[in-house]
Design a protein around this ligand. Sequence first.
Ligand SMILES: NC(=O)c1ccc[n+]([C@@H]2O[C@H](COP(=O)([O-])OP(=O)(O)OC[C@H]3O[C@@H](n4cnc5c(N)ncnc54)[C@H](O)[C@@H]3O)[C@@H](O)[C@H]2O)c1
Length: 269
Amino acid sequence: MGHTVASRQQVSPATAATTKVTAMIRVGVIGAQGKMGAQTCRAVEAADDLELTAQVDVGDDLATLAGAHVAVDFTHPGAVMDNIAWCVSHGLSVVAGTSGFTEGRLATVESQLARAPEVGVIVVPNFSIGAVLMMRFAAEAARFYESVEIVELHHPTKADAPSGTARRTAELIAAVRSKAGAGPNPDATVDQVDGARGATIEGIAVHSLRIRGLVAHQEVILGSAGEILTIRHDSLDRESFMPGVLAAVRAVVNTPGLTVGLDSALGLA
Ligand SMILES: NC(=O)c1ccc[n+]([C@@H]2O[C@H](COP(=O)([O-])OP(=O)(O)OC[C@H]3O[C@@H](n4cnc5c(N)ncnc54)[C@H](O)[C@@H]3O)[C@@H](O)[C@H]2O)c1
C-alpha cells in the first residue's frame, strides 16, 4: 500500500551522509522530550545496530543533529515541515512520524528531495504493524461492500483530526473502490447538524472521537445487505510502535526519495 516516489532531478547532494550505510546507523530524535520521541530514544539505545547521537526538542539547535544518518521526527504538524527541510538540506534522511501530512505537504518534501538525490524521507502515518495490516485488510475488503465508514478514536491531547491513519485508510479504500467502479456510499441524509456525518475524505466518511484514557484506535465498518464486517485495531501502548519505527530507520538510510507508509520497510509492498 505504501508507495515509493524516487527523486527525479539529479543535483549535487548536500553532505551525502546517507550514502550506503552498512554499519552502525547514527540516529537523532526530534521531539525527544515528547511521548513518542522519548520512547524512540529508548528503543534506539536498546538496538545493537543503532546509535542515539542527538536528542532535540523545542529551543534546541537542529545543528545538534549534524553527523547523524537519520532523524526521527515526532513533534507537531506545525513544526515537522521545517524540520524535514533542514534535515534534507543537510543530507540527513528522515523518518517522519508526526501527523498532518497532506498531498501538498508530500509534494513539497518531494521537491526538496529533488535537490538532495541521496537523501530519503519516509512518512509513516502509523508505525503499528497491526495498523498497517488493518489498512491492508480494509482496502482488500472495500470493493466487496456497498458501505464503508471509518471511526478513529484517540486521546484528547491529539492536535489533528482526523488521524493520519484514518486519512490514509480512506485514501486506500477510495482508490480500490474507484478502480472497482463502486458507487458512492448509500446515504439518504438530507438534513443534518454540521459534522454529524463526520469529515469526508475522498468520498469516505471519517468520524473522530477524542476520549481521555484512549491511546490510538480505529474501526473500519463495511456493510452490505444482511452483513457487517468490522475491522478494528487498538494500539494499547506506544511500545507497539517501536518495531515499526526501527524498521523505518533501517530502511530509509538506504532508500533515497520519498516513501509513504511502512509497507515497503516491512517487505509488504
Ligand atoms: N506515526 C505514528 O505511528 C504516530 C504515533 C503516535 C503519535 N504520532 C504523532 O507524533 C507526533 C508527536 O506525538 P506525541 O504523542 O509524542 O506528542 P508530544 O506532545 O508528547 O511530543 C511532541 C514533542 O515535540 C516537541 N516539539 C514541538 N515542536 C518542536 C520543534 N519545532 N522542534 C523540536 N521539538 C518540538 C514538543 O516539545 C514535545 O516534546 C504527533 O503529531 C502525533 O500525532 C504518530
